[in-house]
Ligand binder design. Sequence first.
Ligand SMILES: [Fe+2]
Ligand SMILES: [Fe+2]
Length: 227
Amino acid sequence: MSELALKTQEDLDNDNSIHQPKSVDISHILAFLDGETPQKWLDEAVKNLPIIIQDHANCEKKAGGTAMNLIFRYQSQEHDELQRKISQLIREEMLHYEQVLEIMAERGQQWEHLPAGRYASGLLKHKRTYEPQAMIDVLIIGAFIEARSCERFSALSKVIDDEKLARYYRYLLKSESRHFEDYLHLAQSLSKEPIDERVAFFRQVEGELIRSPDKELRFHSGVPDWK
Ligand SMILES: [Fe+2]
Ligand SMILES: [Fe+2]
C-alpha cells in the first residue's frame, strides 16, 4: 500500500502513522452528536463492507468537492482562516480518497456506481438561502458530517474482522475529528450571532436521519429497513 505511506502535515506532526495508530479520544464527538450508530446499521455494514467502502470513497471525494466550493465562494479577507483551514482539509480528503481507492484495489473491489443516499441532502435541504447564513449552515452541516464519520469509523473499527481496514479507520479519526473542530470553529468565528440554536437544530435533524428507517445502506444511512 505504497500510497498510504504519503503523509499529511498532521501525520508528520503527530506521528499518527497508519501502521501504528494511536487511540483517539472521540468523547467530544459523541457529546456533540445526538446518539451513536444503531447496532442494526453496524450489523448490515459488516455484512456489506464493499458497499460501505465504495460509499466511503464517494464521501471523501464529495467532502473535497464541497470544501473546494467553499474556498471559491468565500474568498474575501475575512475568510482568510477559512481559506487556510479548508485548503488543508481538501488536501486530506483527497489523500483519503486515494487511500480508499488503494484499499479497493487491494481487495480486488471494482468501482461501482452507487447513488448518493439521503443523508447529505437531508441536511442541506435545511440550509438557509441568504448570506452569510447559508455559509454558516454549510459549515455547521460540515461539522456534523465529519463528526458522524468519525463516530462511524470508530464503531466500525471495533466490529470488522479485517484488521488492516480497522487500523485504517482508526487512523482516519485524528484528521476527521480535526475537520469537525475546524468546521465548527469557522461557523462560530464567522457568525455575528451565536450559532447554538442552529447547531441544536441540525443536531436533531442529523440524529433523526441516523435513527429513522432507511431503505438503502450507505456510510451515513439510517436504520436498515428493507426486509
Ligand atoms: Fe476524509
Ligand atoms: Fe473529513
